[in-house]
Design a protein around this ligand. Structure first.
Ligand SMILES: *[C@@H]1O[C@H](CO)[C@@H](O)[C@H](O)[C@H]1NC(C)=O
Ligand SMILES: *[C@@H]1O[C@H](CO)[C@@H](O)[C@H](O)[C@H]1NC(C)=O
Ligand SMILES: *[C@@H]1O[C@H](CO)[C@@H](O)[C@H](O)[C@H]1NC(C)=O
Length: 488
């Protein structure tokens, strides 16, 4: 995630990597499952705050221009926001603005998680803003290709600027109130081809229950799946039953998809390690792979992987493991919006036109199959949107140069990452100067610092949150001083 003091508006970016990954729908479902789990406990919290609190949080809609960069285009759409004013001291109190990423935003976005937890200490107003084209903030015309032209991080940033003006009027926010933005992860400036090496490293991390043996067991399990796939005939049929695969495995593209789904499952366990609602932790997964699954005498890494698949499918409420390429493409081509959860089609569009963000496994030490590689993922841009691999590469280069790549030159930005999270390699983890601080939380998983605090949180996560707190304190003090000097 990134936290920053908004100085309207440096090269900030708001795309969250909460769900991620276009083709690996299993990973996205996992992210959705965890988000819903955390959101539903958030609603419970809202109701238990006593009289008055039941009215919280408030939902509202802002009228935003579809294309703010074209003065002759007057079309608009409604953008959803949530407000928690329970702690707000009014007047010059700070505003904590939580920016949505590639999914819908629920009431939990202003009631739970770090921005809401920090609000009482500063008497802050907590507002969350749903990203255009996700959740209920979808412009008329829906998700047709012609409309998706208006889905980009630059337009989303323009929304933030105008939302700030509109919200200031609506809530009578003084012009001297400092605005602090929180984002699920600071990603947009950092388009790059992700590598699975971090997943691999996390599987070996003893701090979260991994080990060298565990990483080796993943390799063995994947090699066994590949062996059975190649054998065809009875071995392949047995594989289908044992992994509860939804359809036959004969075609090469489906085999790649199946391996991709299994890879997403392991990657998902790492990405969401230790979060509420996650079906398996790294420790549990490694336990299964290393034969701790109850049946020691017959257990192999492959059996452990099978058990892990059952557990994840069960917790997602899915009967079988879906991997059909044709189905994936058909779903992504559908312009029917999903009103809650992650917007798969929209996010694929953003990866194809701005970010890249694909997971590949080219390094020989990568424990997964080499099969579901970059070409298969790039094909998806072509199959769904008719965008060539070349145009994706150009778009990524352009995004990197627009936002400054891994040295975005932003002012007062704190980049926070969990070092277990495979996505942290995409963010800025080396401090770039005194005003661009970075914080890498040891053993922290994806956007963990934005999740609600729990008694089981690791000391490093607690320390990380404390550091964020101190950074905010410094910035808000600076804001106060420059306010007195009349600089804002
Ligand atoms: C700007 O908007 C007008 C009116 O909708 C449209 O005709 C024109 O093509 C748009 N220009 C660009 C560059 O999109
Ligand atoms: C808005 O806030 C200012 C102080 O910042 C106050 O003087 C004014 O009365 C407020 N207006 C409304 C409508 O609440
Ligand atoms: C262990 O696995 C074998 C073969 O898969 C099976 O026959 C046996 O019943 C299992 N034992 C237990 C205790 O689950």
């Amino acid at each position: 995630m990134a936290v920053w003091l908004a100085q309207w508006l440096g090269p900030l970016l708001l795309v969250s990597l909460w769900g991620l990954l276009a083709p690996a729908s299993l990973l996205r479902r996992l992210g959705e499952h965890i988000q819903q789990f955390q959101e539903s406990s958030a609603q419970g919290l809202g109701l238990s705050l006593g009289p008055g609190a039941a009215a919280l949080p408030k939902v509202g809609w802002l009228e935003q221009l579809l294309d703010p960069f074209n003065v002759s285009d007057r079309r608009s759409f409604l953008q959803r926001y949530w407000v928690n004013d329970q702690h707000w001291v009014g007047q010059d109190g700070p505003i904590f603005l939580h920016l949505g990423g590639e999914g819908s935003l629920g009431p939990g976005s202003v009631m739970r998680g770090h921005p809401a937890a920090l609000a009482p200490a500063w008497g802050a107003l907590v507002i969350s803003l749903e990203h255009r084209f996700y959740g209920l903030s979808i412009p008329a015309g829906g998700l047709e290709m012609a409309q998706l032209r208006f889905l980009s991080s630059r337009l989303a940033l323009a929304d933030v600027v105008s939302a700030r003006l509109a919200l200031s009027r609506l809530f009578n926010i003084s012009s001297s109130s400092p605005w602090i933005c929180f984002g699920g992860s600071y990603a947009g400036s950092l388009a790059a081809w992700a590598r699975l090496k971090v997943v691999s490293r996390s599987l070996m991390s003893t701090a979260i229950g991994g080990s060298l043996e565990c990483r080796a067991a993943v390799s063995v399990a994947f090699a066994e799946v590949e062996r059975r796939l190649r054998s065809g005939g009875a071995a392949q049929a047995a594989l289908r039953t044992e992994l509860s695969a939804c359809g036959p495995l004969g075609r090469a593209e489906n085999q790649a998809e199946l391996l991709g789904a299994l890879q997403a499952l392991v990657g998902g366990v790492v990405q969401y390690d230790g979060q509420t609602g996650a079906p398996l932790s790294v420790r549990q997964l490694c336990g299964l792979l290393l034969g701790g699954g109850g049946n020691r005498s017959h257990s192999t890494p492959y059996c452990g992987l099978r058990r892990a698949v059952q557990i994840v499918l069960h917790s997602l409420g899915q009967k079988c493991l879906s991997f059909s390429r044709a189905e994936t493409v058909a779903q992504l081509r559908s312009t029917e919006p999903q009103l809650s959860g992650v917007g798969d089609r929209q996010w694929l569009y953003q990866t194809c036109t701005e970010f890249g963000f694909y997971v590949t496994c080219e390094n020989p030490r990568c424990p997964f199959s080499q099969l579901p590689a970059l070409p298969s993922q790039l094909d998806l841009c072509e199959q769904v949107f008719g965008l060539s691999a070349l145009s994706v590469a150009q778009a990524v280069a352009q995004t990197n140069s627009y936002y400054g790549g891994q040295t975005p030159g932003a002012n007062k930005v704190l980049f926070v990452n969990g070092d277990t999270d495979p996505w942290h390699v995409l963010s800025v983890t080396q401090a770039l100067g005194s005003s661009e601080s970075t914080l890498l939380i040891r053993t922290g998983s994806h956007c963990l610092d934005m999740a609600p605090e729990r008694p089981s949180d690791s000391p490093s996560l607690r320390l990380g949150r404390q550091n964020i707190f101190q950074q905010l304190q410094t910035w808000l003090k600076l804001a106060k001083e420059s306010q007195i000097k009349g600089e804002v």
